[in-house]
Design a protein around this ligand. Structure first.
Ligand SMILES: CN(C(=O)[C@H](Cc1cnc[nH]1)NC(=O)OCc1ccccc1)[C@@H](Cc1ccccc1)C(=O)N[C@@H](Cc1ccc(O)cc1)C(=O)NO
Ligand SMILES: [Zn+2]
Length: 339
C-alpha cells in the first residue's frame, strides 16, 4: 500500500459542466475595479502578475477588447524602476524578476514592445546571474529555479538570450534534478510540480532538453502523472497534497513539454476544472466550493486549453512554456524546443 492519497469528493452529478465564459470575463474585468476591497490592497505585492493573469485569461477567452490597454501600459511604466532597469509589482515597490517577467509578458501580448528599454532590462537581468549560473530574484539574494526561468523567459521575449551565460545557467538547472524523480528549487531540494515546470520551461527556451536523458524524462513524466488523484481527477503539486486547479497548469504544461500529455486522464481532469468554477460570481477557485481568484481562473482556462476539450473559437491555444496565447508567440517569431 503506497502513501495514502488525500483527495476531495465531488458530486459530479450536480457539478458545473459548462464553461461559464461570460461570467469569467465579468469576474476578471470586475476584479480590477474594486480598488476599495481588502483583497485588492493586500495583493499590492503581486499586482503586476495579477494584471498578466487577467489579460492572458481574457485574451484566451477572445475578450482582450474588454480591457483598457492604455491604462495598463501606463501602469506598467509607473512600475518601471529606472535605477535598476527592472519592474516592481506596484509603484514605489522594489523591482523583482517575477514582476519584470509579468510586465514583459503583458507588453509583448499588447504588442507594445516599443515600451521596453531593452538595454537596461538586459543589464538588470545580467547582474542578477551568479558564479554558479543561478539567478537572484532581486538585490536581496534569494536563489530559486523560478528566477532562472523568469530571467530566460524575459530575454527570450526580447530576443536577447546572448545577454547571460547560458552554459552555466543550464548547469545550475541540471544540478537541481534530484533522485525522487523531479526538480527542486535548488540542488538537493525535494520535487515540486512548479519547480519541474520552471526547469523544463528553461531547457525548452534554451533548446537543451536533450540534457535530460530518456530514462530521466520517463521518470519525470511518471512523477507528474502520479499527481492525478483517483476520485476527483484533479492534480496536486506534491504527493499527499490536495488537488488544486493551478496544478492543472504546472503539471500539464510540463507533460506537454515532455511530449507525454496523453498520460493524463483529460476527461476526469477537465471535469475537475469545470467543477471549480463559481457559477454565481464567475471565476475559478483552487478546488470546487472555494473562493475564485484571477490566478486560478487563468490556470483553469490554460489547463482546458492544453487538454483541447474546447475548440479554438471558445478557448485560444496557449503556449505551454511561456503561458501566453500561441498567436502572440508566433507573432514574435519565438521558437522553443518541445519533445
Ligand atoms: C506566489 N504564488 C504562489 O506561491 C502560488 C500559491 C498557490 C496557489 N495555489 C496553491 N498555492 N503557488 C504557485 O504559483 O506555485 C506554482 C509554482 C511554484 C514554484 C515554482 C513555480 C511555480 C502565486 C500567487 C498566489 C498566491 C497565493 C494564492 C494564489 C496565488 C504566484 O504569483 N505564482 C507565480 C509563480 C510563482 C510561484 C511561486 C512563487 O513563490 C512566486 C511566484 C505566477 O504564476 N506568476 O505568473
Ligand atoms: Zn493553486
Amino acid at each position: 500500500m503506497g502513501t495514502p492519497q488525500r483527495d476531495v469528493t465531488i458530486d459530479y452529478a450536480t457539478a458545473q459542466k459548462e464553461l461559464l465564459i461570460e461570467k469569467h470575463c465579468a469576474f476578471l474585468t470586475g476584479y480590477g475595479q474594486s480598488h476599495s476591497t481588502y483583497q485588492y490592497g493586500v495583493t499590492d505585492y503581486l499586482r503586476m502578475s495579477g494584471i498578466y493573469w487577467l489579460c492572458t485569461c481574457l485574451d484566451l477567452l477572445h475578450s482582450l477588447d474588454k480591457i483598457d490597454r492604455n491604462y495598463i501600459v501606463d501602469y506598467i511604466q509607473k512600475c518601471h524602476d529606472k535605477t535598476t532597469g527592472g519592474y516592481a509589482p506596484a509603484p514605489n515597490h522594489d523591482s523583482h524578476l517575477l514582476y519584470t517577467l509579468s510586465a514583459v509578458q503583458i507588453l509583448v501580448q499588447l504588442d507594445r514592445v516599443d515600451m521596453i528599454d531593452k538595454e537596461s532590462l538586459c543589464s538588470y537581468i545580467k547582474q542578477l546571474q551568479q558564479e554558479d549560473g543561478s539567478f537572484f530574484g532581486d538585490q536581496w539574494g534569494e536563489i530559486d529555479t523560478r528566477f532562472s526561468f523568469c530571467a530566460i523567459a524575459c530575454l527570450k521575449l526580447i530576443d536577447s538570450l546572448h545577454t547571460v551565460d547560458i552554459d552555466r545557467a543550464t548547469d545550475f538547472i541540471m544540478s537541481c534534478l534530484n533522485f525522487d524523480g523531479g526538480f527542486g528549487c535548488i540542488p538537493g531540494a525535494e520535487s515540486h510540480a512548479g519547480q519541474i515546470y520552471c526547469c523544463l520551461g528553461f531547457l525548452s527556451l534554451v533548446q537543451r532538453l536533450d540534457r535530460i536523458d530518456l530514462s530521466t524524462r520517463n521518470m519525470l513524466a511518471w512523477w507528474l502523472c502520479e499527481r492525478q488523484l483517483e476520485n476527483s481527477g484533479g492534480l496536486n503539486g506534491r504527493p499527499e497534497k490536495l488537488p488544486d486547479v493551478c496544478y492543472s497548469w504546472w503539471v500539464l504544461a510540463s507533460l506537454k513539454i515532455l511530449g507525454k500529455l496523453q498520460w493524463i486522464n483529460s476527461e476526469k481532469l477537465s471535469k475537475f476544472i469545470l467543477a471549480a468554477q463559481d457559477d454565481e460570481t464567475g471565476g475559478c477557485a483552487d478546488r470546487p466550493g472555494n473562493i475564485p481568484d484571477p490566478f486560478h481562473t487563468l490556470f483553469g482556462v490554460t489547463g482546458l486549453s492544453l487538454l483541447k476539450v474546447f475548440d479554438e473559437n471558445t478557448i485560444k491555444q496557449v503556449n505551454p512554456v511561456l503561458c501566453m496565447p500561441e498567436y502572440v508567440i508566433q507573432r514574435r517569431g519565438i521558437t522553443m524546443q518541445l519533445l
